[in-house]
Design a binder for this molecule. Sequence first.
Ligand SMILES: Cc1ncc(COP(=O)(O)O)c(C=O)c1O
Length: 509
Amino acid sequence: MQLPLQCDADSTLSLQDQLFSQIRQLILNGCLTPGTRMPASRMLASDLKVSRNTVVLTYDRLIAGGYLESHHPVGTFVASDFVPDDVCSPAPDALIQTGKNNGKLLKSPPKRAPVHFKGKPHVVVSPYKTEVPYDFLVGRPDARLFPIKDWMQNMRRKLRDMQEGNSVYVEPSGLPRLREAVAHYVGGARGIQADPEQIVIVNGTQEALTLLSQLFIREGTPVATENPCYQGAANVFASHGASLHPVPVDSEGIAVEKLPSKASLVYLTPAHQYPTGAMLSPARRRRLLRWCYSTGAYALEDDYNSDFCYDTTPLPALKSQDTADQVIYLGTFSKSLGAGLRAGYMVVPRHLVGPLTVAKGLLNNCSGWAVQALLAEFLISGEYTDHLRRIRTRYKARRNRLLSLLDRYGAKGCIHGAHGGMHIAWELPPGWPTAAQLEVQARDRGVGVYGLQAAGVYIAGRQAESRYQSTVLFGYAALDRGEIAAGIKRLVEQQDTRSEVPRTVSANA
Ligand SMILES: Cc1ncc(COP(=O)(O)O)c(C=O)c1O
């Protein structure tokens, strides 16, 4: 480690005193933490162009003062039991005193540049710190089903290209091979005709939403969203100054007839509305496109989990029906492979490729080479489609298990979004606690279920007071059938005051 030390030969202080006070300061303010190994005296002396003796004597003084300790012959370390005192730590704002008023000290913050960003955080990890054995966390794939063998083989093969690939920036819009693979994939899987040039690789949908906000949103720009909708989208639009127009959703998806007369963007999740799970009906898709074409708005189609459609073939993406280049399609690998990859893509109209590529370049130059290279191989080899087929079968069986268990407890007719995706929404029957209460009670019994707030849902106006108060989300993809049965058993036993609730659930998944 190279320490940020400087010796000034013209100083009135000796070199030893300068070194002593700078190292002491680094330890006191926590930059050098207990147990950190100090550079060898010979090396430090050579870096600083001072005599070795100066460094040795400085270390000796710091050891004598309790700041360092010598572990001969291994080296010199910051003392393991050293607790920085607050003499030298920066004073908190509240203690900065600038004057007196009637004998009282006035407090005023230091002068600093204003922060112009005004974003609200969204729920992106479980809001609970502690884990529970049966966690129906929404949107999480089963890590046990990650195709680790295929991935490792590809990695071994691809690592050979790593020295070359890693040494330079990728094009901001993405690795050409991956863009080709994605264009091919969305053609077959979502009916979208796109050239590789229209694909922009991003670090997940969230980044795509940020880039699109940069392009289209200024203070007061009208943006229509589903209500309720994915909080990560609503909050990013708002952080860029959008004026949000929340539009209600029902069993056919966003209520197109309630869209505002003017908007620059409409954000929606047609395949599996987040959070209700509704699928946008074909009639509404047509009307929505007509609305876009007449208002000039772009539709942002967030297709976050359309890979999971269980009972029928999926409806083609809205983008596939877009004849006027006004739909921007957002795909992600977060649900099919895992959010840790931070990989997703946009399919964009040709006239937006330029500005989006520039915006992506300015944001982070490009996405990382390794993940892009691996994803490209995974898609091109057909392993991705095999993986999807495998997990779709498993997730379907898990969904079936969950539905049959919940049906026994009076849930029939109150479950939404079961046709696909990775979660269902259960509107609790009368007599049950509210979703927020159930969430807390369930947690006490080791079961994670999620009301809308905890599941990262944006909800505006009167909708917040409505049936959504009694809507609970169950993500079922990450639990196997036995775990689902055991979790539901615990959840239902908790409601054992309800006479119609059977007490036993078999766990033979
Ligand atoms: C509806 C919806 N869209 C987008 C995302 C974010 O996806 P990504 O991980 O690709 O940023 C999520 C994450 O849970 C989501 O629920």
